[in-house]
Design a protein around this ligand. Sequence first.
Ligand code: BGC
Length: 499
Amino acid sequence: MPASRRGSGSVTLPSGQTLAVHTRTQDEEDLPHATKKTMADHLRKYESLFTLTPQRMRMIVEAFKDTLELGLEKHGQIVPMIPTYVFGWPTGGETGDFLAVDLGGTNLRVCLVTLQGNGKFEITQSKYRLTEEQKQEDGQKLFDFCAECLKLFIDTNFEPGSIKDGELLPLGFTFSYPCTQDRIDHGVLIRWTKGFGAANTEGRDVAEMFRQSLEKQKLPVHLTAIINDTTGTLIASSYVNPRTKIAVIFGTGCNAAYMERVGDIPKIKNLGIDDDAEMVINCEWGAFDSFEHEHLPRTKYDQTIDEQSNKPGEQAFEKLISGRYLGEILRLVICELIDDGVLFLGQNTYKLEIPYAFDTAFLSLMERHVFDPTEELLMIIGIFSHFFALETTLAERQFFRALAKLVGRRAARLSSCGIAAIVSRKGYLEEGCAVGADGSLYNKYPGFAERVHEGLQDIFGDKGRNIITYHAEDGSGVGSAIIAAMTKIRKERGLHAHV
Ligand code: BGC
């Protein structure tokens, strides 16, 4: 009997594709499907695998605090706790025009930021999509591409003659990968993350490599600072909301930055910087528990992702949390149930068997009620039929949604553990603080922020309510400009050498 349709509609996905959805009035199928009871049994198993109890979370926080401490004490630790040479908070009064190039996990962005003072700014920007090949080819070619995009941007946005002969525009380079820094305009790439693998770049000063590319284009710019996105987010957020003490990114990758007293960073004591000065620390916490895997609750799906990644053993915390991996975790669970003969018997599942075919955006669509108000779970029908040519029953769709919740909730609760470790290290709990957060997961995944807050209360009890995350300012563009402005002011005042 042909399936009858009750409702239909369409939704635009983050990728720009339009997805048509429809629902049926009957669930009778001519294909063998798992029953409600079977799916409920399986769900119980996954619940116990993916659920983090408050007690387990507190243990993770303790281990996290020790790791942060160790990174500040000694050079070359797994969580490197990188001194950024960004000193102190902005006053909000910084002004001027600044360029920023932002090499993120997915896009390249070029911005012109005008800081107007009083915490206000204007921004003009262009985005360029990075191809998978660009992420893997020679690093110098990648920086050449950045310089070409910057040239195009300057040619388009500046009137001929508006940049005087010999004038150099200050440029901040937001490079969101772990780099050791000796100065603000220098950064040696420790390792690529987020699936990048461009050759001849790890172990080299990326600021110098980018300068060479800028010279080839003869651009009227001066690279003044190399900045991590979390550092930029901390500074930009504090520019508009001075209660901000921590910045976190939950996007393709995952990381945090906060302000540390120089006297509490033993590994740079020898530099003779005033103990009471404050400096932003880029934690690079995505590397927490890498290699040893002692503290985090990794399932066999997480282990598979790790083993099949281009960097096995690395970024252990990030691989459980960030947007790059959540869809893949869910896909691996589904594939296991296909292999066990539980799901999609008699259907061709090859599209779902392609690694990384299940985008994290699908998880957030599956969880989003506002798009999917019917009990039939229209959105999930649409995702499976449109992208994977698979028929689903209501029981399966309910299972998929519940599974998405488990994976998304675990990511958010682990994120709370990282935030809690910084909060307790810095003693921010009693007084409370704001945490500027950015990234696709934080901004687009339904309920992510609420789950982080719930996690903080599970860790700290009621006082956890004192720690509030909020959607941060654009750190990679505006933050980079403010840091360039702060650096210029420090130089003009002749403040110590490590600018
Ligand atoms: C990188 C960090 C970055 C984070 C968020 C991680 O993979 O190592 O430097 O801040 O992603 O973009």
